[in-house]
Each structure stands twice: as structure tokens, then as C-alpha cells.
Design a protein around this ligand. Sequence first.
Ligand SMILES: Cc1ncc(COP(=O)(O)O)c(C=O)c1O
Length: 465
Amino acid sequence: MTPPAVPAALGPLAALFVEDPDAVRAALRQFGSPLHLVFPQAFTGNLAALREALDRARLGYRICYAHKVNRSAAFARTAAHAGIGIDVASAPELRSALDAGFTGDRIEATGPKGAGMLAAARAAGVTVNVDNLWELETLAGLGATEVLLRVSGFAGSAPSRFGVDLAEFGTALALLVRHRDRVRLRGVAFHLDTASTAERVRAVEECLALIERAYAAGLTPTVLDIGGGLRQVFTADPTGYDAYDHALRAGLLGQGPVLHWGTSTFGYHVADGVVHGGAVFHKYANTDPAPALLTELLTAPLPGHGGRELGKVLADNLLELWLEPGKALVDQAGITVAQVEFVKRAGNGARLVHLNLSRDAVTAADQEVLIDPLVLTEPAESAPAGVYFAGHLCLERDLVTQRQVRVERMPVPGDPVVFANTAAYHTDLSAAGASMHPAPAKIAAVWHDGRFVLCPDADYRPGAR
Ligand SMILES: Cc1ncc(COP(=O)(O)O)c(C=O)c1O
């Protein structure tokens, strides 16, 4: 039995790009193989949709693009050109933001920061989203800094290593009051690693209470920053996802063909004849686009505020909503194209399709991707089959897919293989340079006058042709 297909959703630009295999091969010849492609126009489209959702809620807001999703200069420049803010999580990201045209007043520094990053952030005049009390004291020593205070430890949310625990808020507030002439509290922030609107609503209510406490202490915060976490849509067919997940679990139980490689079980384990645990790849099942999730949040009733809508409560209290979307802004704004080197059969009978890239170049934090790569192969007499895509590193673990993927025809050397929706974290979060393989080139692809204009990501300038 061949595994069920899990077709990837392809945004309009990605679909246009891959519909002409000759053009794809020409791009690989021109810029090298493999290639990461980014579509700045898809970024702009995503931004417009988020802005529309926020405008409908009639509240003041600031969108800070979370640079960490992708190193791309094209995305950073597109964000700068569009007039939004940017969230930087390291000194190199801060430099990249400044190079892209952001001024300090449109930059926010998040994440844990060392002394060097704090000094650089202060020198550039950026708002520092403070992670801990040491950062706050260090900034007070440096002086003249605007800050958000990131908090964590909300009831019902997973423990977080980031932010000041709610129990320490009083200590942070005392520091902010004591150093009010050197550090100005602009607002309160959180970032939750979840898609749950209910959890975000609880966090917002907690933060509104903290803002009240800050007012009572004589401070004047005006910002509530809800971080990122708006989701992407990867799948073209959620029933394909469900069918694959079902077949995978049947294989784990020995009740169907084995679809996983070796000991990779993707968060599942078998005990007493039952599959337990949750799949690490569950995000690939999502069908709710980010603007819809944002609207759901903005219109969610706040129980502590008479059930009034979250957006209205913020607007009525003259609070500005800040958000730091990363993956939502680059959803469907990038693909990766590799090529087949050769196909072989392993000792266990598995068919391995070897590619000229490694797992870490298309996989975020080693998590399995549950959408299928798309093989651009020539029509040939060959039946559908289940294959593992293998990477080019001398490491047993370098299987690009640690699960069998259905291919309609057996690929042959040279066939381009397209990985969909790779712009958020997949290409840049874990990529290493093992075995001296160079990183794939990153190319910006812009649709203009009925064709794609390609240029190295570093050379892309919004508005220029
Ligand atoms: C503080 C902060 N803000 C924003 C983001 C971006 O999140 P996402 O890509 O889920 O929108 C992250 C991601 O880790 C983060 O840590």
C-alpha cells in the first residue's frame, strides 16, 4: 500500500512559479541548486490582510515583523517600505533592520539579551521588550531607554523560560518606579507558544490588571503587546493530513504498513496496544488563516470586562495593541527547490530519493513536516510509490522526510523537488553548514508584467524593477 498523499497548499505566487518546470530548472541553472525562493509580494498581501482585520476593530495598533522567522533582507526591506515596525532578537538582526531602513523608533528588541545587545539597542534608540529583572537593572544603569515589560506565568498556560514571572511583577514595578527618569515603561508584553485564543484572552486580562497596577504606581503605560503566534495554512487537503496521521498510527501499532523511519515516531509512543501522545506536526493540519484568528481574538469577549470585545476594551482604554507576527507575515511567501541526485533501495526495502540538500535546510528545529514535497518529474510509465527523501549529509539522521511520502511517479536524477511554504523558520532556524556544503542561495522572486523577475535576496529593493 502506498501512503496517503498530503498535498501542500501553494499560495498563488508559489503556484505560478512551479507551474512552469522549465522556468524552475532555468532558475536552478542561473542561481545554483538547491534554492530558497522568497516572494515579497506575498508578504505584502499577508500584511494587508492583517491590517484589514485590525482596521475593522478600530483601535490603535503597531505591527512589528518578527525578523527571526527568516534572515531575508527582502522581507525586512518590504516591512520597512510598508511602514510597519520590526522585532529583532539579536544584534545581527538589529543591524539588518537598520540596514533595511528602519529607524530606532520603529524597532523593538525582544528575547533574552546580553549586555552587548542591551547597549546596542539603547544606542539605536529601540524599545526594549525586557525579559528579566537583570535586563531592567542594566538598562536603568545605561539610562534613557523605553521599555515594554514581558511577563509570563499565566494560569492555564505552559511554563515559559521567557519574561518576568507574574509573581515578580511587583519587584519589576518597584524598579521601574525607582528608575522612572532613566527607563520609561511603554507597556506590558507577552508571547505565547500556542494557537489558543482562550489562552491569549486570559493573558490579555492579566496584563490589563498589571497595567492598572502600573497606573496606580504613577506610571503611564499605553501599550499591550500580544507577541506573535498567528498560524499558517500548510495543507491543501485536511482530509489528506487526517488519513496520513491515521495510517502512520496504524503502522506504529503494526496494523498497517510502517510509514516511519527507524525510531522516529513524531511524538507518538505505543503502550498496551494503543498509540499515546500528540503528533509534533499538528500545526500542518491548521486550516484557519491568520487574519481570521486575529479577528477571533479582537472580537473575543473579555469576562473581566463585562464580556466586552477585546478590541473595544483596548480602544476604550486608549491602549495601543502591538503584535509581533513572524510566520503569519511570511505564510506562503517562500518555497525551497532541491534536485534529485539518485534513487536507491535500502537494506530494509525502503526506497530512498536522495536530494542535494539536508534536512536542516527545510525543517524547523528538526520537526517533521507533514505536507508532501512536490516532485516536478517528466511523465513516465511508473506507478505511485512510497519513498523517503534523503539528505546529502553523512548522518543517519539526515533524512529530509523521516516518513514515507507518496509520489505519483518514481523521481529520476535531476528532477526538481519543491518544498512548499518554507519561509517561516523552516529554512533558517536550524540550518547548519555541515560537510562544508554551502547554504542554498536565497532569491527574491517578483511577479511583474506576466513573468517572474529574480534577484539575489540581498539585492532586492521594494519598488525597484
Ligand atoms: C517574542 C516573540 N515575538 C514574536 C515571535 C514570532 O512568533 P510567530 O512566528 O509565531 O508569529 C516569537 C517567536 O518565537 C517571539 O519569541
